[in-house]
Design a protein around this ligand. Structure first.
Ligand code: GLN
Length: 589
């Protein structure tokens, strides 16, 4: 029996056996089949570990390999649901309802793959898992320690993902940088796992940063070297180094890094700024990183060349069109977090995807609606071609949003309401079309007498969610012969992801419908309104959804409600006298 087999057995040892190890193996785990790529930060965070990891994973997936990414966060929150988007970027909701970091969005978009709770963990999840096992008596009388138990829990999590996904390669992104207290046990777990899995099982990637101080005007590698040294101090020798930089990293600088880290030049990659992250997979491929990784993991024989050729043709089509549009359309987004674009990352991405497919650049204009009122709304929206009211929580700026929606409805300006934007469209319509002047949401006014948007605990009980947020992918029945039906290619049932607590009170639905509002998407069995629209004779494109369609837009499969909005915005621009073309002839009214 090999040492490693012994380690594995000891992990599942009987209560009486004394052991210093804790390495449980999940059922279905195939040692030697599952390979690992660990992506670690060195000098600073926020440089694009997720982008590197997902781009490399995409290259592997395109070759016909099965890949499974996981992001391991250093914070103690169990999920990202309670994080302020202003500080952390948007909360990205997965199909199974897991609320995660926005990086998971990057993985889903680049891989065109739906992820779930197994693809995301936090310190909080790991530690509460250990504490629960301790209370359940799972550690057989031992004192429970960071090593081996907490570290063992991390290894278990990674192997469970491997076993569940059957993946050829697991891409593990560790949040933060080496040296952060909060990710130290992750790094130890990665090191141990690499040892246990043996030769040719793992690739460690160090993502570093090449400084180029303006006063010197040249690239300096010292900070990068120190960061990588720090990684070596915890027992991890990187196999591949990704150098983030503003400009392409000079050969001499790469040579220096190579020399100081024992990593051959061909594995020191310049990951400099580019106009679109979607170009990165191809530049990695040109640098030969994909083949290096296949060699290091000894999996050249798993490549399906035909599949790769096909995938590359499709991807190239998309990437070649980026930045080539001759025309701009301006979409106003009424956002509370107007100063931080990360809070709306998926909306921006969905706009980009559609722009590439439709040959336009989507120019987002951010509107702080706390300053908008009936007196200035026209001026603010005069030269925009479409409006999005995105998701949000709390009363701030809601009256300004209602003014924007009223303007869009009355001026036939394309409108897309997302979650809160759907609710606000109902309130606007109830007030200004149905004459229910005090209509509101009980979220904004708990004593509201006409709560057209309300919490319906009875309804939530049916779905088994108590008073909590309704989260994750849910089915929506589409009403035939509607705008929604046309957008979704006449599908009668679709699925979108949700994240909300409030909804339309069904009592008001008949009145809203009598005045022209169409609920074209509903829950299959309960009276939950999920898509609304105005009939074509009232408005060319006025649609909203209680869901978050922005979360599922992919480069090669742009989301239909966004495609509809951008198409309508192009038409609105044509029809409107105040247009903005890149090619000139803008005519002032
Ligand atoms: N605040 C609203 C609700 O809880 C909308 C949520 C959202 O836009 N994600 O229902």
């Amino acid at each position: 029996m090999s040492n490693l087999d012994l380690l594995a057995r000891i992990g599942q040892s009987s209560p009486t056996e004394e052991t210093e190890f804790y390495t449980p193996m999940p059922p279905g785990y195939r040692k030697g089949h599952h390979k690992y790529v660990f992506v670690l930060g060195t000098v600073m965070s926020g440089l694009g570990k997720g982008i590197f990891s997902s781009s490399l994973a995409k290259l592997m997936k395109d070759k016909g390999l099965t890949v499974a990414p996981i992001k391991m966060e250093g914070y103690l929150n169990i999920d990202s649901g309670t994080l302020n988007p202003y500080r952390h970027g948007e909360v990205f909701v997965l199909d199974d309802g897991m609320e995660t970091d926005m990086d998971l969005g990057t993985y889903e978009r680049l891989l065109d793959q739906d992820l779930g709770a197994a693809n995301f963990t936090t310190n909080g999840q790991i530690l509460s898992g250990v504490l629960k096992k301790e209370r359940d008596g799972a550690y057989l009388g031992r004192d429970v320690q960071v090593i081996p138990h907490v570290v063992g829990e991390v290894k278990l999590k990674l192997r469970e993902l491997a076993a569940k996904s059957g993946a050829d390669v697991i891409f593990v992104e560790v949040g933060g940088t080496v040296g952060d207290y909060e990710n130290s046990f992750y790094l130890e777990a990665c090191r141990q796992l690499a040892y246990e899995e043996g030769e040719k099982s793992t690739v460690f990637v160090a993502l570093t940063y090449i400084l180029e101080p303006g006063t010197l005007g040249e690239q300096k590698s010292k900070a990068a070297q120190l960061g990588i040294k720090r990684l070596m101090e915890v027992g991890v020798m990187p196999h591949l180094i990704a150098c983030r930089a503003t400009n392409p990293v000079k050969e001499k600088v790469r040579e220096k890094i190579s020399m100081y880290t024992n990593v051959p030049m061909k594995r020191v990659f310049s990951m400099h700024d580019v106009d679109s992250i979607y170009r990165i997979p191809e530049s990695m491929r040109e640098a030969g990183l994909d083949r290096e990784v296949l060699t290091m993991l000894d999996i050249h024989d798993r490549v399906n060349q035909g599949k790769e050729d096909q995938a590359r043709i499709k991807w190239r089509w998309f990437v070649d069109r980026i930045g080539k549009a001759k025309r701009d359309v301006t979409i106003a987004v009424t956002g509370k977090y107007t100063s931080l674009r990360d809070a709306y990352a998926s909306i921006i991405k969905a706009g980009e995807h559609c722009g590439v497919h439709l040959g336009v650049t989507v120019d987002f204009r951010w509107l702080d609606t706390t300053e908008i009122h009936a007196g200035n709304v026209e001026k603010r929206l005069a030269d925009v071609h479409g409006i999005i009211v995105p998701g949000g929580f709390g009363v701030r700026g809601t009256e300004g949003k209602i003014e924007c929606i009223r303007y869009a409805r009355e001026h036939r300006m394309p409108y897309l309401g997302l979650c809160l934007g759907f609710q606000m469209a109902v309130i606007e319509f109830a007030r200004n079309v149905c004459g229910i002047t005090s209509a509101n949401s009980s979220e904004f006014d708990p004593r509201c007498t006409e709560a057209v948007i309300d919490i319906l605990p009875e309804q939530k009980k049916i779905e088994g969610l108590g008073g909590n947020m309704r989260l994750g992918g849910k089915d929506i029945l589409i009403k035939p012969n509607t705008l929604a039906a046309r957008l979704f290619d006449e599908a009668t049932s679709i699925n979108m992801r949700f994240r909300h607590r409030y909804e339309v009170d069904p009592q008001y639905v008949p009145t809203l419908e009598e005045h022209g509002m169409i609920f074209s998407g509903k829950h299959p069995t309960h009276p939950i309104m999920q898509i609304l629209e105005l009939p074509q004779d009232m408005h060319p494109y006025f649609i909203g959804t209680q869901a978050h369609p922005e979360l599922t837009s992919r480069p090669l499969r742009p989301q239909p409600m966004f495609m509809g909005l951008i198409k309508a915005a192009i038409e609105h621009q044509h029809a409107s006298p105040k247009t903005h073309h890149k090619q000139g002839h803008a005519v002032e009214a």
